[in-house]
Design a protein around this ligand. Structure first.
Ligand code: 3PG
Length: 213
């Protein structure tokens, strides 16, 4: 898959809802009800971070949930890419980008939302053909005002800012012309996942899905 084709696909996914939940799931038994709760709340595109031993099983379980589109986050190596794809991930997300990682995603036909934190990183990815990127870590990097400033000279790159984004500040990003959607973990807090409070998670998802953009 070319970087251009990957970006067309990630743009489509980013336009499906204002928020992509970023999920850190410890127990694969939570996977299906968690995904169902988020999809029911209007957030169909989900990122499962490869940060727990259960993550690949979680993706496998979530990939069966009707109406959901599962992606794998925290992709760092070609092995991560192969594992994510085999588990059923339909897209990938990475905190930054290396040639090795980009090549692996292109080879495995896994549309990647690659991370960039600076104008130079955004330019390097754009040069390769990725015009849809993740701005990470968004808040620590200067937040919406930094992303707005990057958009002045490089308006052709559109972003999904992630890292420190919340219901309170999501609107600042979503009002920017270079922001397609935001990513965040606030819609699936650990205490609610552990307690199996799926109705509570659906309520958080509904609130996030209603954010204007
Ligand atoms: C992460 O690094 O886990 C993601 O960027 C999500 O960040 P958040 O927990 O601040 O939403």
């Amino acid at each position: 898959m070319t970087p251009h084709a990957a970006s067309l696909e990630t743009e489509k996914l980013c336009r499906l809802a204002p928020v992509i939940p970023v999920l850190v799931v410890d127990d694969a038994a939570s996977a299906a009800p968690l995904a169902e709760a988020l999809v029911a709340g209007g957030l169909p595109v989900l990122e499962v971070t490869l940060r727990t031993p259960a993550a690949l099983d979680v993706i496998r379980e979530m990939a069966q949930v009707t109406g959901g589109i599962m992606g794998a986050g925290t992709l760092l190596t070609p092995e991560d890419v192969a594992n994510a794809k085999a588990a059923g991930a339909r897209f990938g997300v990475s905190p930054g980008a290396t040639d090795t990682l980009l090549a692996a995603c292109e080879e495995h036909d896994l549309p990647l939302l690659p991370g960039a934190a600076t104008a130079s990183e955004a330019m390097a990815l754009l040069e390769r053909g990725y015009n849809v990127q993740k701005f990470f870590p968004a808040e620590a990097n200067g937040g919406a005002s930094a992303l707005k400033a990057i958009g002045a000279p490089i308006p052709q790159v559109r972003f999904c800012p992630t890292g420190g984004v919340s219901l309170q500040n999501a609107g600042e990003y979503l009002s920017l012309p270079n922001t397609l959607c935001v990513g965040g973990s606030w819609v699936a807090p650990k205490d609610k996942v552990t307690a199996g409070d799926w109705a509570g998670i659906t309520a958080l998802a509904k609130e996030a899905a209603a954010l204007p953009r």
